[in-house]
Design a protein. Sequence first.
Length: 196
Amino acid sequence: MTRSARIGRVTGETQVLVELSLEGAGIGRAETGVPFFDHMLAQLGKHGGLDLTVQARGDIEIDAHHTVEDTATALGQALREALGEKLGICRFGDALVPLDETLVRAAVDLSGRPYVVHTEPDGMSPMIGTYDTTLTRHFFESLAHSAGICVHIDVLRGRNPHHIVEAQFKAFGRALRAAAAADPGSTGVPSTKGVL
């Protein structure tokens, strides 16, 4: 079974198309009009072991908020669809990712219940190119809500804003990859409830 999805999202502010395969080769391609965000989505694909293609057009003449938010929402919907009934998956995944002076810990539970805990240093530079760094938390909140997953991301240390944001996307990708992987010897839903 190929776990994949194709999701389109059109609003008065954005047009987004996300194509996702959980059994990918780590090929991430994104064209959102926000170059740093494209770079982060490519990192998510690579380190998540996903084939991920994102095409987005949004009102970036205002700012990147709607584009990032709607991309995250569509990506979460694609993830939910690709996971299906979640039969035989590990369900939980975690990763500890260094990037030079930065260290980030991420943990994921494909629980069916959206929740996000996110910590990063105060006083970060507000912008990386045209990317507002406050959108990082909002990206993970929007994705988790639409995917129905629990996400914890903690920046344990870091100084460089580029490294701090990039390590979060890499760590999340690694944790997601582990959670979505097949659990050897398990074929059912990894929950005593019988459903996730």
